[in-house]
Design a protein around this ligand. Structure first.
Ligand code: PLP
Ligand code: COI
Length: 332
């Protein structure tokens, strides 16, 4: 592995993890060397989209040990997503056990400290029983793979975004669940954004197209001219664990953080802006172009000081270089 030049791509590692739900109960999950899944042509997931997933990372510490960052919140969100899609949830304690097992089994693929790379862990749950009519599955597979990854967007270099004309999720729809359909529906917008020369696009609220919702794979934040950390409150966005954590970090940094509706019309009140998420970490937003007008934040080429300070503190906590709030980090 060329640790310093990894993209955000799949590498097939030696071990995955799998558990099956059948006859009303979960079997005890186990590590497997199989990285494929066999499905009936009539399986639920292929036709009616019962799929929910998670994304979390294992961070190599300076002392060689490995950190997980708030993995119980991923386990809980997977269960919440499953509930929204009428699926059988995978128990949170078993989720945590599966994450630890897959990290330990693939330990040599957790990238070195300071390489900028991490081990990305992708747990997911699918409905596998056969259906013809629209109804929930009665059998499910929980599967986890892990793969070493580098930066998802542009690292700490600002990127240019545009605003999507499409919605990724409906107002009372599945936006707050981490389910494949939300991503499928966002693809046409990112294809268009890439064609137009942007890194990706921002979605507005699906009812009025007036408020900022989120990016296709990350939540939005802005720093006002007065130095306040502001992030959207919306029922159609994913409740980001990075966002939840940065709200606390921002509080400690005196940024008076707030979650509130943000009208796109007020975008110029932000001196800095960013995308936040597990894959994105904090990716600075250099500009957002909407209806022919380009709004620049801080500098299209350089990252602003508030964004930089937030980023530095977040990654220091994740890698174990700075003290973490109680319970945020689990060391393996
Ligand atoms: N929003 C979307 C649509 C995402 O896919 C993600 C990534 O998981 C996030 C936000 C960020 O969430 P988290 O910080 O929990 O990774
Ligand atoms: C993550 O940040 O873990 C995600 O699932 C986002 C995805 C777009 C890579």
């Amino acid at each position: 592995m060329d640790w310093n030049n990894l993209g955000f791509e799949y590498h097939d590692l030696p071990y995955s993890f799998e558990a099956k739900f059948k006859d009303g109960k979960w079997e005890k999950g186990h590590l497997t060397e199989k990285s494929t899944i066999e499905l009936s042509e009539a399986s639920e997931v292929l036709h009616y989209g019962q799929e929910v997933f998670e994304g979390l990372k294992a961070y190599r510490r300076k002392d060689g040990k490995i950190n997980l960052f708030r993995p119980e919140l991923n386990g809980q969100r997977l269960a919440n997503s499953a509930a929204r899609l009428g699926m059988e949830a995978y128990p949170v304690d078993d989720f945590l056990d599966s994450i630890k097992q897959i990290v330990k089994a693939n330990e040599e693929f957790v990238p070195p400290y300071e390489s900028g790379a991490t081990l990305y862990i992708r747990p997911f749950l699918i409905g596998t029983s056969t259906v013809v009519g629209v109804q929930p599955a009665t059998e499910y597979t929980y599967h986890v793979y892990a793969t070493p990854v580098g930066a998802y967007v542009n690292g700490l270099n600002p990127a240019a975004y545009t605003v999507s004309e499409y919605d990724r999720a409906a107002y009372a729809g599945t936006g707050s669940a981490k389910t494949s359909g939300n991503y499928a529906s966002s693809l046409i917008a990112s294809i268009q954004a890439h064609k137009d020369g942007y890194a990706d696009c921002l979605f507005l609220d699906p009812r009025e197209h007036k408020y900022i919702d989120e990016f296709g794979g990350a939540n939005f934040f802005g720093i006002t001219e007065e130095g306040q950390f502001v992030t959207p409150k919306s029922r159609s966005i994913l409740p980001s664990i990075t966002k939840r954590s940065l709200l606390e970090v921002a509080e400690r940094q005196g940024l008076n953080p707030i979650e509130t509706q943000i009208e796109f019309a007020d975008i110029d009140k932000f001196a800095e802006a960013g995308a936040m998420g597990t894959a994105a970490v904090i990716s600075p937003v250099g500009s957002i172009t909407y209806q022919g007008k380009k709004h620049v934040f801080y500098d299209e080429e350089k990252t602003g000081p508030v964004t930089t300070k937030l980023y530095n503190e977040l990654i220091a906590i994740q890698y174990g270089d700075a003290p973490a709030p109680e319970g945020w980090v689990q060391t393996i």
